[in-house]
Design a protein around this ligand. Structure first.
Ligand code: OXD
Ligand code: MN
Length: 593
């Protein structure tokens, strides 16, 4: 059935002077065949209407309005709780362009399959259209996109994490990214999160989970953005970014790539230990999850494309992340947390004592068996509510970067911190990143997987080319940030964490700022520069434990190289020669140690 003529008129009227946007919308409206179309202008009342609809359909629950004003609980389908990498595709013309870390489907085949699923799928429903901006409104590095969705839950979340509305609509040029999201029946067997980077298109079906369905986030700001960034000579990364300011007012920009659920948000929101706060240090947030890095002024600068957090609730509390706790106390959508039904308060593991009465994340009475909140339960919160937001968040060029951190969860081997010997060695450190699988993606938790630069699930093209691109970026920088590997997650023989982590990580960052100033003392080892135990600010950690955390285990590292080598080999001839050289040099240094 052709789209009703008033749609075409309405679309033309709404998108005056934006022929690309209106023709794409019309094309998909014809395919989806909704009963009505609503183009969101971004005003607050639209958000309230979406929430009102979800409440009247019983799909979300209003939380205690005194404790959590304007906040809600959403329970997802139990089969739709995390990113599903097996359903995520990069659909480039050639398979090699996607590379061995991505699932690939030929664009025509993927479109045929998806269009069959989308055909008439919104009959009887309303299509919501959300134009959005990623990045500061006045930045040359910001990008625009437009999401089409039938889900009020997705639309409400999108309104929190991206700048949705009129301003974005005015910027919809021929390069905008189009995202189509359709709930369909949430059938896991027909779930696809498909990316067409060559035509800046995303199609996601049969999932409402944030990482799969909030298309501005992982799909646009990482997978499509990484592909476009290579064309534009910049980089789009799965990185937090923070600004540290010393007592004498010197600013240090730090970015860090950590696999999902590995402490990236907690680091970005670091609460300074008393001794540092007392001296006048400040730690402010620029980004909790994604940073786009530009090369202005011959150095790297980070902007945060996002407008809100989609963070992990589980484990968040006054000790681990007091600033996150302050941020989520209003205007927040909680997904898959537990509920204290008497006080209408959200609850998750780590928040404190278990309330007397508790409903688990599926709304069932909780009897103490298993987890009450889903381990990947989430909060969606406006970033403006963060109490320590850096002014650099609003800066069109972003935060100048002094140091780049890579880190995964590793119980053994990987020291607390070490510094790369060079930019190329730093890329090797990033490329060698391995981490334990966490609850953010479906799969066996705890299994150690290769996750180069924490981008394996998010790089929109062949990662062999991605390593080369990093190399080229380095060659164009006048002032290169130093690169570090950090690991907060070492455990002793009793399984206890050896380093206190959280705010205490400032002691590691302190060494990194000293290094940036050319002051911090370091010892050269085969794996990189390590701090010296005597001069390092170890806080309450004993010298003995610190010694273990800074020890270079020669045999362990040689075994690590053996474990990584087949992964590098999987890229075949495309794997950069200079990176193989770095790898073999490292092995040579270790063998002679
Ligand atoms: C996230 C993720 O949600 O990395 O940030 O999965
Ligand atoms: Mn992430």
């Amino acid at each position: 059935m052709p789209v009703r003529i008033n749609f075409a008129d309405d679309i033309d009227a709404a998108f005056q002077g934006k022929p690309e946007a209106s023709s794409k919308l019309l094309e998909y409206a014809e395919l989806l065949n909704p009963d009505s179309i609503k183009i969101l202008s971004g005003v607050k009342s639209e958000y309230a209407e979406l929430i009102g609809e979800l409440m009247s359909e019983g799909k979300i629950i209003r939380l205690n309005t005194e404790a959590y004003p304007d906040s809600y609980l959403y329970r997802s389908d139990p089969s739709d709780v995390a990113r599903t990498e097996q359903d995520t595709y990069i659909c480039t013309r050639s398979r090699d362009e996607a590379g061995p870390t991505n699932n690939w489907m030929a664009p025509e085949e993927a479109k045929q399959k998806l269009k069959a699923l989308l055909h008439n799928s919104m009959e009887g429903r309303r299509l919501l259209v959300l134009p959005y901006i990623l990045g500061p409104g006045d930045s040359g590095f910001s990008k625009v996109g437009m999401v089409l969705t039938d889900s009020p839950y997705v639309a409400a979340n999108q309104m929190i994490i991206a700048k949705v509305g009129k301003d974005a609509m005015e910027k919809l040029d021929s390069k905008f990214v189009l995202g189509i999201h359709a709930t369909l029946s949430l059938d896991p067997k027909n779930r696809y999160i498909a990316h067409f980077p060559e035509e800046r298109l995303i199609i996601s079906v049969n999932t409402n989970y944030g990482g799969n369905a909030l298309l501005s986030k992982k799909c646009h700001a990482l997978r499509i953005a990484s592909y476009v960034a290579r064309q534009e000579g910049v980089i789009a990364e799965h990185m937090m970014a923070m600004e540290l300011t010393s007592p004498d007012g010197k600013s240090y920009g730090i970015t860090g790539a950590f696999p999902s659920s590995s402490g990236k948000t907690n680091l970005a929101m670091l609460m300074l230990p008393k001794d540092y706060a007392g001296k006048g240090w400040k730690a402010r947030l620029v980004s909790d999850d994604i940073s786009w890095l530009n090369l202005t002024g011959g150095r790297l600068n980070a902007i945060n494309p996002e407008y809100g957090f989609f963070g992990v609730a589980t484990g968040t509390n006054e000790h681990t992340n007091p600033n996150a706790m302050k941020s989520v106390m209003s205007n927040t959508i909680f997904t898959n947390v537990a509920l204290d039904p008497e006080r209408m308060l959200p609850w998750w593991e780590g928040l404190g004592s278990v309330p007397k009465k508790l409903l688990d994340w599926q709304g069932r009475e909780y009897n103490g068996d298993g987890k009450a909140a889903h381990p990947n339960s989430r909060f969606t919160t406006p970033i403006a509510q963060y109490p320590e937001l850096s002014e650099k968040y609003f800066d069109p060029v972003g935060l100048p970067i002094n140091a780049i951190l890579f880190g995964g969860r590793r119980k053994t081997l990987v020291p607390l911190v070490f510094e790369a010997l060079s930019w190329e060695h730093g890329i090797l450190i990033g490329a060698m990143l391995r981490a334990e699988r966490t609850a953010a993606a479906a799969g066996k938790i705890g299994e150690i997987i290769n996750d180069p630069m924490a981008m394996r699930p998010f790089c929109g093209y062949n990662m062999a080319d991605y390593f080369d691109h990093w190399h080229n970026v380095g060659n164009r920088l006048k002032e290169k940030p130093r690169i570090y590997n950090v690991n907060w997650f070492r455990t002793n023989e009793r399984g206890e964490f050896m380093w206190p982590g959280f705010g205490e990580n400032m002691r590691v960052l302190n060494w990194i700022t000293e290094r940036a100033d050319g002051k911090g003392v370091a010892t050269k080892t085969p794996i990189g520069y390590l701090p010296e135990t005597e001069s390092f600010d170890r806080g309450s950690t004993s010298v003995e434990v610190l010694g273990q955390l800074l020890h270079v285990d020669k045999e362990g590292w040689l075994a690590e190289l053996d474990a990584v080598e087949p992964f590098f080999e999987s890229f075949g001839e495309r794997f950069p020669k200079w990176l193989w050289k770095e790898f073999h040099d490292l092995r040579g240094r270790l063998e002679g140690y």
